[in-house]
Design a protein around this ligand. Structure first.
Ligand code: MG
Length: 392
């Protein structure tokens, strides 16, 4: 706990302290005053908890994207994000909620949810299972907000134990896979340039769903004839015959797997396709939390676990273990996030066949130094406790 937060927690123990811009944010209006990025002043942070126990702070932190994120219908240059810090006995754990617009959470909803979480009622941060039950009791959904608390608790408890979570879980860091790097939809010249810049990455990923899907794959293949390509259809292929045809076409061009080819609700067609496809079919939008995994057995070959969907590391670990026990493949994904949430997800990488952990590379204002990609591979530092990050 730093001096300022110690004084605040000590003087104001047990109460939530909100500055007026943040009260505005919680009540529904995001003001210019708190849409900060890179401003580390704690003057605007909300503090909840008792001085002698856990004290939580949180504040909005808008992520600035290095390149505009282009989808078929819109383009964006920022991602809303809320940073969380939990103090306990002089140690701070860091967490984060990232809210890409299509997932339905926002700075307002996350701030509102976190304002209701009183960690002061728990005696120590190791009560992660109980804290999740308590958070689920406050409100359903709010997965990114719950993930932020969960990640900060894991960082905190790992630091208290002096070990990174991959070691606490008994995982072999050398088994972590290569991460893919996403090549966005663009003109062939720009795609060729992006592929050249992505030379350090051993696996590339493309998002499909536009008319020029095949052209994108052909352009990448023309630049790097042997690179494995992961394909994310983002529920874009609504006809299962067409989806199967695309799977064959992609298999002939050295693609690795296809993520979420059809609408998430459509389990029967997913099962039909999985039975026939030459490539593994991975669920993304169709799976969020632990309870979603078992019903997908038989309909998909694997699941894409993301901390912002799974409410953090606690259920993500359980999902990975369950999927493997069911004979399903595990993929680890992320949103555009700082190195905080990406490094937290990376702790699970030895359990995954595939990793798509490039979210921190897409932003220009990372707050943390964390997980590294070395020769294209997710590389965990065994000497960094918790989730393995340092504030920059
Ligand atoms: Mg996806």
């Amino acid at each position: 706990m730093n001096r300022r937060s110690f004084i605040r927690a000590g003087v104001l123990g047990g109460v939530a302290v909100m500055s007026s811009p943040l009260i505005n944010a919680i009540q529904g209006g995001v003001t210019n005053g708190e849409k900060r990025s890179g401003d580390e002043s704690s003057a605007d942070k909300i503090v909840v908890g008792r001085a002698s126990r856990m004290v939580m702070r949180f504040f909005p932190y808008e992520l600035q994207l290095r390149h505009a994120f282009n989808l078929a219908k819109y383009s964006r240059t920022t991602t809303p994000d809320v940073q969380v810090e939990i103090d306990y006995e002089g140690v701070t754990g860091f967490g984060e909620a990232s809210m890409p617009p299509y997932l339905g959470e926002s700075v307002e909803s996350v701030m509102r949810f976190l304002s209701q979480v009183d960690l002061g009622r728990f005696s120590d941060p190791f009560q992660i299972e109980e804290i999740h039950k308590y958070m689920d009791g406050i409100a359903p959904g709010n997965n990114a907000a719950k993930a932020a608390v969960d990640i900060a608790l894991h960082d905190l408890t790992g630091k208290l134990m002096g070990q990174p979570w991959h070691k606490i879980w008994g995982l072999d860091a050398s088994l972590a896979p290569a991460t893919s790097f996403t090549i966005g939809i663009d003109t062939p010249e720009v795609v060729r340039q992006k592929v050249a810049e992505a030379a350090p990455y051993k696996v590339l990923k493309v998002k499909m769903g536009l008319d020029n899907d095949k052209e994108l794959v052909e352009t990448i293949r023309g630049c790097r004839p042997d690179v494995p390509i992961c394909v994310d259809a983002n529920q874009g292929w609504n006809d299962r015959e067409r989806a199967l045809e695309m799977c064959h076409w992609l298999a002939e061009r050295g693609c690795l797997f296809v993520e979420q080819p059809m609408a998430k609700e459509n389990l029967d067609d997913a099962a039909w396709l999985t039975e026939r496809s030459p490539l593994p079919i991975i669920a993304d939008e169709a799976v969020k939390r632990l309870a979603d995994v078992l019903p997908l057995k038989g309909a998909y070959d694997g699941i894409n676990i993301k901390l912002m969907k799974s409410c953090g590391m606690h259920e993500a670990y359980q999902m990975a273990v369950l999927a493997r026990a069911l004979g399903m493949k595990v993929m680890l994904g992320c949103m555009t996030e700082t190195s905080c949430a990406v490094s937290a997800a990376a702790q699970l990488a030895p359990l995954a066949e595939y990793a798509d952990l490039d979210g921190n590379l897409l932003i220009a204002n990372d707050r943390f130094d964390g997980m590294k990609i070395v020769n294209g591979k997710v590389t965990l530092d065994p000497t960094k406790p918790g989730i393995g990050v340092d504030l920059i």
